[in-house]
Ligand binder design. Structure first.
Ligand SMILES: Nc1nc2c(ncn2[C@@H]2O[C@H](COP(=O)(O)OP(=O)(O)OP(=O)(O)O)[C@@H](O)[C@H]2O)c(=O)[nH]1
Length: 325
């Protein structure tokens, strides 16, 4: 008779997944968490998933994490799953106290959480939190893509709201949020920081069964859900940009991109400002007033990532060349 192996005590690292629709504020929240943790001497690892190229967002986090791994995949739960698991497995060798995984803005967290649960005994990543970031101005307003937002919220362990000072009634939004996820606590920024610190303090060795079934990526890939296909309707286009440009040209270019571009992130040097680069963005039709200043001499090339359903790369290239030569 073969006896099952007795579960062993293993050192575990907590993992926090950050989810939420395109442009809601996931990276901004992550930057804050990493800054506060670093100030208190806590080391963090980060896996950052974005469409074709996650390195643009990585350039804005470079000095904040111990290990920062870009994961370029439109769907972390499908074609990116094997690499996500490989990167997560590597976290075992790190001295960091926590792993953050930011999923791209249209990712379906369910298959990712399933895989991490199945592989708990191998990855030693526990507890698992999923923070769903919601832009209160836009929740429920993504029309054809509302279901993506709902999928990202349903499984959340924590809900974090952004742009709260820009709406008249956060309570109305909360009512809608509660219909989808009635139980996860809604946390403000400082509360979340405090809870993440507690999570790190409390985590320690835990009984883990190494014989947990190995994840069969073919099975995980077969995850079919009537709504999951929506995440595949988004594509991305990555365009290399010139060495520098006038700010006015960058802003006109962003404003002239077609409506189908739901998210644009451009890492650029502004003419006359040689000491740094900036992350210029567009979220829906909106261009945030202040670009994010990237001080580090990162190796990421000046480039833009454009995300949306049915993008036409040739057309996007033409518009880009018209404004930025
Ligand atoms: N006014 C305001 N702006 C915010 C808030 N949170 C984030 N932002 C801004 O919103 C823009 C998008 O934020 P990101 O953190 O890049 O959003 P994201 O969810 O990581 O975006 P993707 O990774 O592309 O899906 C940035 O310009 C932020 O500075 C907020 O609470 N209030």
């Amino acid at each position: 008779m073969i006896l099952p192996r007795i579960p062993e005590f293993k050192a575990c690292q907590p993992v926090v997944f950050l989810t939420g629709f395109l442009g809601v504020g996931k990276t901004t929240l992550l930057r804050h968490l990493l800054t506060v943790l670093k100030e208190s001497g806590t080391r963090s690892d980060v896996i950052l998933n974005d469409y074709a190229d996650a390195s643009i967002d990585c350039a804005t986090l470079e000095d904040l994490a111990d290990n920062l791994e870009p994961l370029g995949a439109a769907c972390a739960c499908c074609e990116g799953m094997d690499y996500l698991l490989e990167l997560s497995d590597k976290a075992k060798e790190s001295d960091a106290s926590i792993l953050f995984v930011e999923l791209n803005g249209t990712a379906d967290p369910v298959p990712v959480l399933e895989a991490f649960t199945l592989l708990e005994g191998k990855l030693n990543l526990h507890p698992r939190w999923q923070v769903c970031v919601i832009d209160v101005r836009k929740f429920g307003g993504h029309r054809a893509y509302e279901d993506i937002e709902r999928m990202q919220l349903q499984t959340a362990s924590h809900i974090y709201l952004t742009h709260v000072d820009e709406v008249d009634s956060v309570a109305e939004v909360l009512k809608k949020v509660r219909k989808v996820n009635p139980s996860a606590p809604v946390v403000l920024r400082d509360e979340l920081v405090a809870q993440v610190k507690q999570l790190i303090e409390k985590s320690g060795p835990r009984m883990m069964n190494s014989d947990a079934p190995a994840a069969d990526s073919a099975k995980l890939l077969a995850h079919e859900d009537e709504k999951h296909h929506l995440t595949h309707e988004f594509t991305s286009c990555h365009i290399l940009l010139p060495k520098e440009a006038e700010e006015s040209a960058i802003l006109r270019w962003l404003g002239d991109l077609p409506e189908g571009v739901i998210r644009a992130k451009a890492l650029m040097r502004v003419r006359g400002q040689d000491d740094c680069r900036y992350l210029y963005e567009r979220i829906g039709g909106e261009i945030p007033p202040k670009p994010y200043r990237v001080n580090f001499n990162s190796s990421v090339a000046n480039s833009v990532i454009l995300i949306g359903p049915d993008l036409n790369p040739d057309h996007l290239l033409q518009i880009t060349e018209k404004y930025l030569r």
